[in-house]
Design a protein around this ligand. Structure first.
Ligand code: AP5
Ligand code: ZN
Length: 218
């Protein structure tokens, strides 16, 4: 299965990706996680993207498209993959079309902005794996520590409220048009285009996982 998880920052893409990837046995391709790993390593790419990520802006399409093309050519992607946080602009979506990357599903997780601000303030992540928690809604079993490795969980640099507001503005301007893009394509060319599904992202994590699985398998 090849699918795109589409949704605003904090909509729960990373949270749901964990379940979907396990169920369908496919790798999660999170461009955000890949870029954060590059920043942490201090690689050439990391140095280039650090500032823009901290401010909540988007990294250039050329960099992202090259990164994703290289990633999906790897052997573990040959039976499918999940895109989390990609594509995020129309040129990124067009690049996949032009490269002939066949996609089965686009799944939109819809959440209102104010809910997102609350979620991101309380988010904690395990930097090694990208596992996601929330201090209140989805706490790790032991406060401040990852459930699997017991290592500390941390707050992302871009989860401060002013940065979150900027990320939301960027989302509405540059990424939200992909909702129409994929819906229109699915309506026009259903044999070629990925099927479009929309799930309300408000409710417990388990409830939303149930709806997601139903949309993908139903
Ligand atoms: P990226 O890492 O992709 O961040 P994002 O899209 O802003 O999304 P988030 O990771 O913030 O949210 P999420 O939807 O995964 O939510 P999560 O599951 O964590 O990108 C970061 C940066 O990298 C970008 O700003 C940009 O600079 C750059 N970048 C990345 N990709 C790019 C691209 N393609 N092009 C250009 N630039 C790119 O959940 C959030 C919180 O809510 C968690 O605490 C979670 O526990 C909690 N939660 C989840 N579900 C629920 C629920 N049902 N109820 C209550 N709480 C919940
Ligand atoms: Zn994420």
């Amino acid at each position: 299965m090849r699918l795109i998880l589409l949704g605003a920052p904090g909509a729960g893409k990373g949270t749901q990706a964990q379940f979907i990837c396990e169920r369908f046995n496919i790798p999660q391709i999170s461009t955000g996680d890949m870029l954060r790993a590059a920043v942490k390593e201090g690689s050439e790419l990391g140095v280039k993207v650090k500032e823009i990520m901290t401010s909540g802006g988007l990294v250039s399409d050329d960099i992202i498209i090259a990164l994703v093309k290289e990633r999906i050519s790897q052997p573990d992607c040959q039976n499918g993959f999940l895109f989390d946080g990609f594509p995020r602009t129309i040129p990124q979506a067009d690049a996949m079309k032009e490269a002939g990357v066949k996609l089965d599903h686009v799944l939109e997780i819809a959440v209102e902005d104010e809910e997102i601000v609350k979620r991101l303030e309380g988010r904690r992540v395990h930097p090694g794996s990208g596992r996601v928690y929330h201090v209140e809604y989805n706490p790790p079993r032991e406060a401040g520590k990852d459930d699997v490795t017991g290592e500390p969980v941390i707050q992302r640099d871009d989860d401060r409220e002013s940065i979150v507001r900027n990320r939301l503005a960027v989302y509405h301007e540059q990424t939200a048009p992909l909702v129409d893009y994929y819906q229109a394509w699915a309506a026009k060319d259903p044999d070629v285009a990925p099927a479009y599904h929309r799930v309300e992202g408000v409710g417990s994590v388990d409830e939303i996982t149930g709806q997601v699985i139903e949309a993908l398998e139903g």
